[in-house]
Design a protein around this ligand. Structure first.
Ligand code: UN1
Length: 500
């Protein structure tokens, strides 16, 4: 084992409160993208393992749902405090398995801590409505009921934060969870399950089954006892899940990426805009659903913006995220690196001008990791593939425009609708943009990343299917509305008929 933080040579599934091997006996290495050292091994489970997890979850959920929500929430408070105590250790492990720089890893763990306390608070709210009945001596209200067993499928780019967005509301609302984490980043799942165990979550309420989407994910979708699937990942996989869940009338919540833009108007504070672009484009090496991959710039400030961006990009330090001086870490794996690199040729062939970066970094200290140089294309037109498709890497395309109207049109002219941003000092521009940008998240004078956990996270068009993660909106995914009528008149009162 290459580090002392993680002692297990091979992780185990967590089913019914027990740590168990997968029935397949197979495993895959978990590789640190900064240096390609093996951190541990992740089991590759089978449908049978999912079946066991679902049975455990089903049995546990019946009891869990009967515990008052404020008491269920106490487990989440304990989870939050344990995460806080272990923040530094968790952050280091996160950097090792995912590659993001330590400062960002700390931010991600904090996002999980925030979610724990926020959702624990929901245990004393979980508000429904009370409303007058149209009939005398009759009471009407709506309450949130748990859906039962929920399936969550989480990505490698935010292996702990996104898991908390989904599992915490599900658990506080009285559901039991079957969770398939990404095989690239299972250590965060393993650590979070250990924390839940320590926090006293009853066995079977949270079950972790490691393995591939094709086998474990597929088995979860096929299981009739899983009533909701909440998925974050690619648009391609999301569509398959949605179709299969549709055929089974299973509720499905999808979050599938973005092609997010920063708009820079001629009246913008350029220094601030450059800071916002750098942080949201090259932070996490561009591997965020919310990453900025387009800059839509007013032609009057295009040259000035390019110049400042290039100057600041030259200062970015690249390397192993455990080194506190590093600003941009590695790419998750070889496949990710190849995908990004493919877009370099595509962009050049389409006629875009490459101003910086554009290559895989292989020399010296980069030889054993997966690194891509921060990249800037300019004179990009809105219909080019580099301006349309999600690259998921440190690559930005500059698109010049003549007006706010054109900027908004260009922003909206993509398949996705997750996040957008505008830098401007004009109040009319602010409100016009906030109204007309067709994305689930809009930032003013900030980059495209940085969502806070008590607001809804998700987007329009190809980004999602109308649901949201985090915020109160997450409760809508993991609860059913139940309308309850109590007639205390002592006689049969017919709605719509016995109304005086
Ligand atoms: C993601 O990229 O899938 O707003 C999640 C942000 C983070 C979450 C990103 N708080 O960038």
């Amino acid at each position: 084992m290459s580090n002392s933080l993680l002692k297990e040579e091979r992780l185990k599934n967590f089913i019914n409160g027990e740590w168990v091997d997968s029935t397949s006996g197979n495993a895959a290495p978990v590789i640190n993208p900064a240096n390609q050292l093996v951190l541990t091994n992740v089991p590759l489970s089978l449908a049978e393992d999912v079946g066991r997890a679902v049975q455990a979850a089903k049995a546990a959920q019946k009891q869990w749902a009967l515990i008052p929500a404020p008491q269920r929430a106490e487990v989440l408070y304990r989870v939050g405090y344990l995460m806080k105590e272990r923040k530094e250790e968790l952050s280091k492990l996160l950097t090792m398995e995912n590659g993001k720089v330590l400062e960002e890893a700390r931010g991600e763990v904090q996002e999980g801590i925030d979610m724990a306390f926020y959702m624990a608070g929901e245990g004393r709210r979980l508000f429904g409505q009370t409303t007058p009945s149209e009939l005398k001596d009759k009471f009407a209200m709506s309450v949130r009921a748990p859906v039962g067993v929920v399936g969550i499928i989480t990505p490698w780019n935010f292996p702990i934060a996104i898991a908390t967005w989904k599992s915490f509301p599900a658990i506080v609302a009285g559901n039991a969870v079957v969770w398939k984490p990404a095989t690239e980043t299972p250590i965060m799942a393993y650590e979070l399950a250990k924390i839940f165990e320590e926090a006293g979550l009853p066995k079977g309420v949270l079950n972790v089954v490691f393995g591939s989407g094709a086998i474990v994910g597929e088995a979860m979708v096929e299981q009739d006892d899983i009533r909701v699937i909440s998925f974050t990942g690619s648009n391609e996989v999301g569509r398959i899940i949605a179709a299969k869940c549709g055929a089974k009338l299973k509720k499905v919540s999808l979050e599938m990426g973005g092609k997010n833009a920063v708009i820079v108007m001629e009246d913008a504070d350029l220094e601030l805009a450059v800071e916002g672009i750098l942080w949201s484009a090259f932070g996490t090496s561009g591997q965020r659903c919310t990453a900025c991959s387009r800059v839509i710039v007013h032609e009057d400030v295009k040259d000035a913006l390019e110049e400042r961006l290039l100057a600041e990009m030259a200062k970015l330090t690249i390397g192993d995220g455990l080194d506190e001086s590093v600003k941009v870490g590695p790419i998750i794996n070889q496949a990710g690196l190849e995908k990004i690199n493919k877009y370099m040729e595509i962009g050049k062939k389409e006629g875009a001008t490459l101003l910086a970066g554009g290559y895989v970094m292989k020399e010296g200290e980069f030889a054993n990791g997966w690194y891509f140089a921060p990249t800037l294309f300019t004179d990009v037109t809105p219909q080019m593939r580099i301006a349309q498709e999600e690259i998921f890497g440190p690559v930005v395309s500059l698109i010049p425009v003549k007006s706010l109207e054109e900027a908004i049109e260009v922003n909206n002219h993509v398949e996705f609708g997750l996040s957008s941003s505008i830098f401007t000092t004009n109040a009319n521009n602010v409100f016009t943009a906030a109204r007309d940008l067709d994305t689930g998240i809009v930032y003013v004078n900030a980059g495209t990343t940085g969502a806070e956990i008590h607001l809804p996270f998700g987007g329009t068009k190809g980004t999602g299917n109308g649901h949201r993660d985090s915020g109160v909106a997450a409760l809508d995914v993991f609860t059913e509305w139940k309308a309850v009528y109590v007639d205390y008149s002592g006689k049969l009162q017919r709605a719509q008929i016995d109304v005086e």
